[in-house]
Ligand binder design. Structure first.
Ligand code: ARG
Length: 463
């Protein structure tokens, strides 16, 4: 059994159950690259302070390379008695290079070390997430552009509301993702502070050159307060929040596409590559890809709740509760990464069935347009609403579409109706009225697509 880093003041040995309960190595081994990167910088800083000689620094750097290779290859056994990845790396290093390795922890605590590793991990994870979001944004833009003029029913309450362009619907997703991207960019910026030098909580007693460490590790600033630096897990909470909102967005589009891929709607058809079948019913082609993204949303919310709850009321500075921060984050990183890949695959491959969409537009969807017509002729909107409501009743009773009602019927409801009514009574005409910025008119959607392309190509750099 490995000797404890902190064994000096103890007489008895740790209960096996306690060792298992206490160990984070089972999951924090995921941070080994970051831990080694931090240790390299730490060794260089120690050499500048004269704690390590030039020769010892060489030994330590070589030793760390070797530890990294062993961990890459999976040949270094990571057992619970090693407690965590910080201990495992330091112990192995010391085994390899002796006293020089035993000096590496000078002025450092696992409290600032873990904060550093996590921030390094998060920077990488967030940068990948941003790149993936951008890939989805690109796919959505392409779909919108390729299907610019497909008209479909727009829904509220899953009831037909007004005609829209399918491309307009797709661009709604694009703008949601643009905000998600910007949330992750914010998260990245705030996480980008270097905590080493904070020690356990009071700051290192050695004159650690924090500026040097910052530079070495590529951070844009150093943390301002050592107590805060070892207590802070905001960076993870923000990441989990941004991930939860992102998943909420994806789940809503999953829901729509799932419904739309049913035979009743038939608006889209998922590619075989992102569908699965039934073991019993030979005809089935199920949208499992989208159902899983929708389902995994719950798991990401759970991870956010889990860490918020773990952090609640934790006395400053560090307490072991905080070790519970890693699994929700690792699980989220994996879940979000897979979900974005699958979701983007679905968008790149699904078939958009424009005719079905246009055919589905029902006979009362132009009611608002009728009311707007009366408004343009000077009738107050509330009265128009009433008049058109009556006409809808008539049309439904006769089994006619609104646009099929003849002029005498219309004029019986309001004298203001005239022959020019025919010009506005089509889905095309309805969308053509809506070319204001943000509307579903053709020009408006084209402007959105252009703005989207610009945002995607000259958007903020995320590092
Ligand atoms: N494994 C610990 C964690 O993840 C590292 C920090 C331990 N610090 C301590 N004072 N025991 O939180």
């Amino acid at each position: 059994m490995a000797e404890k880093l902190w064994g000096g003041r103890f007489e008895g040995s740790t209960e096996e159950l306690m060792e298992k309960f206490n160990a984070s190595i089972g999951f924090d081994q995921r941070l080994y690259k970051m831990d080694i990167e931090g240790s390299r910088a730490q060794a260089r800083a120690l050499a500048r302070m004269g704690v390590l000689t030039k020769q010892e620094l060489e030994q330590v750097l070589k030793g760390l390379n070797r530890v990294e290779r062993e961990l890459d290859a999976g040949t270094l056994p990571l057992t619970d008695d090693l407690e965590d990845i910080h201990t495992a790396v330091e112990k192995r290093l010391t085994e390899l290079v002796g006293d020089a390795g035993a000096k590496i922890h000078t002025g450092r605590s696992r409290n600032d070390q873990v904060a550093l590793d996590e921030r390094l991990f998060l920077r990488e994870t967030v940068a990948n997430t941003i790149a993936q979001i951008e890939r989805v944004m690109g796919a959505v833009l392409n779909v919108a552009e390729a299907h610019l003029d497909i008209l479909m029913p727009g829904y509220t309450h899953v009831q037909q509301a007004q005609p829209i362009r399918f491309s307009h619907y797709a661009m709604a997703l694009f703008w949601m993702l643009a905000r998600d991207r910007s949330r992750f960019e914010d998260c990245w910026k705030r996480a980008n502070a270097m905590p080493l030098g904070s020690g356990a909580l009071a700051g290192s007693a050695y004159p650690v050159d924090r500026e040097f460490l910052r530079e070495e590790l590529g951070f844009d600033r150093i943390t301002e307060n050592s107590i805060d630096a070892v207590s802070d897990r905001d960076y993870f909470l923000e990441y989990l929040s941004a991930s939860s909102i992102l998943m909420a967005h994806l789940s809503r589009f999953c829901e729509d596409l799932i419904i739309w891929s049913s035979s009743e709607f038939g608006f889209v058809e998922l590619d075989d590559a992102f569908s699965t079948g039934s073991s019993m019913m030979p005809q089935k082609k199920n949208p499992d890809s989208l159902e899983l993204v929708r389902g995994k949303t719950g798991r990401v919310y759970g991870n956010l709740m889990s860490l918020l709850t773990a952090m609640k009321g934790v006395s400053l500075a560090y307490a072991k509760d905080m070790q519970e921060d890693k699994e929700p984050v690792f699980d989220t990183a994996e879940t979000v990464q897979m979900s974005l890949s699958v979701f983007s695959g679905v968008w790149q491959t699904m078939k958009i069935k424009g005719e079905r969409m246009a055919d589905a537009i029902d006979g009362t969807i132009l009611a608002t347009d009728l009311a707007d017509y009366l408004v343009r002729k000077g009738v107050p909107f509330r009265r128009c609403h009433r008049i058109v409501g009556e006409l809808v009743k008539t049309a439904l009773a006769r089994g006619q579409k609104l646009e099929e009602l003849d002029l005498p019927t219309l004029r019986a409801a309001s004298e203001v109706f005239d022959t020019d009514i025919q010009e506005i009574l089509s889905a095309e005409a309805s969308t053509a009225q809506r070319n204001l910025d943000g509307g579903t008119g053709r020009d408006s959607v084209l402007r959105q697509i252009e703005a989207g392309r610009r945002l995607l190509t000259d958007g903020e750099a995320s590092g």
